[in-house]
Design a protein around this ligand. Structure first.
Ligand code: KG4
Ligand code: ZN
Length: 344
């Protein structure tokens, strides 16, 4: 239940997320306490095409938006006719332009009609805030590995709003590699969870897939992996899907974890943190936990629901942005290629 006291004390924010194929809304108090978080996934609509179809995603957001927002308000105990709210925050990039526009325009309209500030949120910064929702007492700096369907970033986070980019993918994102390989193996969409599941029964040493740039700086390259998987399967038609999935996953995770470890040591990090959809991966979570223990720092792993796209992280980042930068102008445009604002 959200009360007038919440508003007076800390700030109640409605967050809205529509950057890709999840229509999500959430109510978060004081940037920390999640009062509701509703995520309506469009996975079923896109599965038969093997990936997200932008036009279908945009139309589905239009259909789902009102209901998802109403559910988020209702389960937070907020009356939409007299809402106890201090701001409406929405993702304005990066993402699919048609999808972004639905959430962004809807958020501006709601903020205007309720007479509260509107705040635009960078989706990547939202993912960085996801851990803080569940781990209020993190020490800084952190090394955050942000791995999603569209991005693979290693970031030194010195505190909320203070980021230094250490490395990024030079081609495909880690999630994209999972999705491409899963499609090739006939495991469906989204590929990450499917490979994660298939790999459980497989032998991770059955095949040796490339570990691109393993010992080389903090950047990543995953574009050669799918070709390598295709060649291997052609050469070994007897290979089981489980063995290929496990070997592929092993290769991806080994590189992600090795670079995260080196980055944490290089910056003297006081924690190792995962963010983004691929952070839901069970092997990555296990390996990051082990490595953090080896180097003597805590591992911060958001719950799986907080790894994948959601609006609670948008509300949390939105509240912080509102306090530090003030409201965004209603003229703020959707920015499909928005990057994380980094310093240093
Ligand atoms: O952050 P997210 O929900 O959306 C983007 O901002 O991209 O991430 C989606 C990505 C997809 O590529 C999906 O296959 C991947 O995260 N993913 C996973 C797992 N769950 C989702 N990858 C590996 N293992 C998982 N368990
Ligand atoms: Zn995301």
């Amino acid at each position: 239940m959200t009360t007038a006291d919440d508003r007076a004390d800390q700030g109640v924010v409605l967050g809205i997320e529509t950057s890709c194929d999840e229509t999500a809304a959430a109510v978060v108090v004081g940037g920390r306490q999640v009062r509701s978080s509703v995520v309506s996934s469009q996975v079923d609509l896109h599965a038969k095409y093997g990936g997200v179809v932008p036009e279908i995603a945009g139309r589905a957001h239009v259909e789902l938006f009102t209901q998802v927002v109403a559910e988020a308000l209702e389960s937070a105990g907020i009356d939409p006719r007299a809402p106890v709210l201090d701001a409406v925050a929405a993702t304005y990039g990066p993402g699919l332009v048609g999808s972004l526009l639905v959430g962004l325009s809807g958020a501006k309209a709601l903020a205007t009609s309720w007479g509260v500030p509107f705040v635009g949120v960078n989706h990547l910064e939202g993912h960085l805030f996801a851990s803080m929702l569940e781990q209020p007492d993190m020490g800084w700096p952190l090394v955050v590995l942000l791995v999603s369907g569209g991005h693979t970033l290693l970031v030194e986070m010195r505190g909320p709003g203070s980021y230094r980019l250490l490395g990024q993918t030079l081609d495909d994102a880690a999630g994209e590699a999972y999705d491409k390989v899963a499609r090739y193996l006939g495991l469906g969409y989204p590929g990450g969870p499917a490979i994660d599941k298939a790999a459980v029964e497989g032998d991770p040493t059955a095949f040796s897939f490339p570990r691109a740039m393993l010992g080389d700086g903090f950047d990543f390259s995953f574009s050669g992996l799918k070709t390598s998987v295709v060649r291997t399967v052609e050469r070994h038609p007897e290979a089981t899907t489980a063995d290929v999935a496990a070997s592929f996953q092993h290769a991806v995770v080994e590189v992600l974890v090795a670079k995260s470890r080196r980055a944490a040591e290089a910056v003297g990090a006081r924690g190792l943190c995962l963010a983004g959809g691929v952070a839901a991966n069970s092997l990555l979570r296990r390996r990051i936990t082990e490595v953090a223990e080896e180097i003597g720092v805590p591992a911060y792993l958001p719950s799986r629901a907080m790894c994948t796209d959601n609006a609670a992280m948008v509300a949390a980042a939105g509240w912080w942005r509102l306090e530090h930068d003030g409201p965004s102008p209603l003229s703020l445009a959707a920015d499909p290629t928005l990057f994380l604002a980094v310093q240093g």
